[in-house]
Design a protein around this ligand. Structure first.
Ligand code: PAF
Length: 284
């Protein structure tokens, strides 16, 4: 496993791999690796000849400087974990390698970024779209792996891949969960053991609404009401939003039709903001 800091180096490695007709899989991360990331890497290992994991805490996607400062960083620990998973290259650039002095170009994906996380975290998706574009342009991966937990991010990345004509296939990996059902996230580290238990109400609420959907409920307002009702049973969790949206466009639905839809939740537990979702009418 080689650790690379320079963009030019990863660019030339990737050019060589393309000439050799190797399938390159990229797993973009911000480090603080947990089981959720490892699931992405395992999938990448199965589907690609060469696996590249990027570790870069992207400053432009943080709309809160305290969050950026507090973000856990431990490259040595992350690299040690990656060594167990037969990763070929780790791309861990310094900030000025991605955003050199004078950097002035940002990628703004419209519509799909309106509302939900886009509303609660202004500028977040502009930062994500910009760094993903830089990574795709540098690594030119055949495949890139993202988790279903960050559903709106996924929709943004799919949109930009299509709009900017990247040849990268976006592979979606199901959310990995703790035993309680809580979706894995680097933020879980900030919860106490009790907080983690309390946070499991999120998936409980989502699953109850999904059960109602399977029994025939199609009204978004009723599905949302079920989520709210279950969330209200746990006073330690404060619901920020629940929304029923089209999986690709992220537009809110009044009724769920035949296409893929999501029930999305954002909630606060012990001052930690958590998101999760379930898929309705899953096609793949
Ligand atoms: O999901 C993440 O960890 C980040 O948003 C990503 C995609 C690596 C971009 O910085």
């Amino acid at each position: 496993m080689e650790i690379i800091n320079r963009r030019q180096r990863i660019f030339s490695i990737s050019r060589k791999l393309r000439r050799e007709e190797k399938t390159v899989g990229l797993v973009p991360t911000m480090g603080a690796l947990h089981e959720g990331h490892l699931a992405l890497i395992k999938e990448a290992r199965q589907m690609s000849d060469i696996v590249i994991v990027s570790i870069f805490v992207n400053p432009t996607q943080f709309n809160n400087s305290v969050d950026l400062e507090k973000y856990p960083r431990d490259l040595t620990k992350d690299v040690a974990r990656l060594a167990e998973y037969e990763v070929d290259f780790v791309f861990a650039p310094e900030e000025n390698e991605i955003y050199p002095e004078g950097f002035s170009t940002f990628v703004n994906v419209q519509n799909v970024t309106d509302g939900l996380e886009g509303e609660f975290r202004p500028g977040h998706f502009r930062g994500v779209a910009t760094v993903v574009t830089i990574l795709f342009n540098t690594v030119r991966p055949d495949l890139a792996f993202f988790g279903q937990k960050d559903a709106q991010q996924l929709a943004v990345i799919r949109r930009l891949t299509q709009d900017l004509g990247f040849e990268t296939e976006i592979v979606v990996v199901p959310t990995v969960r703790e035993e309680s059902g809580l979706a894995m996230s680097s933020r879980n580290e900030r919860l106490t053991a009790e907080g983690r238990e309390r946070a499991a109400v999120i998936i409980k609420a989502l699953r109850e609404a999904k059960t109602a959907f399977k029994r025939g409920e199609r009204n978004a307002s009723e599905l949302s009401r079920i989520v709210r009702e279950v969330m209200a049973t746990e006073p330690g969790a404060q619901l920020e939003y629940v929304a029923i949206v089209d999986r690709n466009t992220m537009q809110k639905l009044e009724k769920v039709g035949d296409s893929e839809a999501l029930i999305l939740v954002a909630a606060n537990v012990e001052d930690v903001r958590l998101i999760d979702n379930v898929i309705l009418n899953r096609k793949q």
